[in-house]
Design a protein around this ligand. Structure first.
Ligand code: OFO
Length: 179
């Protein structure tokens, strides 16, 4: 049997699905780079707990990306290492960092939902089922980003406010670590 035929037989992913999953790889890779850059900025600014939270988050996003790599390749597709450039390195405030995280996670959720919608539509139930993990994960991540942002309104940023917020971010991080 020719190599081309073998590859065709092994392939269980539809072309469009593979394309969407590769776009998702890019999004997860960008999330990881974005959060690493935010972690470094927080570290530099002395927000130690926020930095710890974001270093962990960057690593988790990389795991989300790798999970997609394995899924695509095991299904006979080709997972593509994304080009990542233009990552923002400077932020105006700690609050802005967490506003951007929530904004970003909402975009990621939309992207995940569109893959779920697509895979259901084309009856690719394997991908539909695989993506459920991401649906749950996004729900948790959005909730966490909202909780973090609420701290700024509840505690306030005046006086020792920012220091207290950073402490609370550390507690939030501990509570969710390992989830
Ligand atoms: Fe990958 O979960 Fe956030 O982006």
């Amino acid at each position: 049997m020719k190599n081309k035929e073998i590859v065709t037989l092994q392939r269980s992913l539809l072309h469009d699905t593979e394309k969407l999953l590769n776009q998702q790889i890019e999004m997860e890779g960008k999330s990881s780079a974005y959060y690493l850059s935010m972690a470094s900025w927080c570290d530099m600014m002395g927000y130690d707990n926020a930095a710890g939270y974001l270093y962990t988050h960057a690593e988790e996003e990389r795991q989300h990306m790798l999970k997609l790599f394995h899924y695509i390749n095991e299904a006979g597709g080709h997972a593509i290492q994304p080009e990542i450039s233009g990552v923002r390195q400077h932020f105006n405030s700690l609050r802005e960092v967490f506003e951007l995280i929530l904004e970003h996670e909402i975009q990621v959720t939309k992207s995940i939902n569109s893959i779920v919608d697509h895979s259901f539509g084309v009856k690719d139930f394997a991908t539909f089922s695989f993506m459920q993990w991401y649906v749950t994960e996004q729900r948790e991540e959005e909730t966490l980003a909202r909780r973090a942002l609420e701290l700024f309104d509840i505690i306030g940023e005046e006086g020792v406010g920012l220091w207290t917020i950073d402490q609370e971010l550390g507690k939030l991080h501990e509570k969710t670590a390992g989830n």
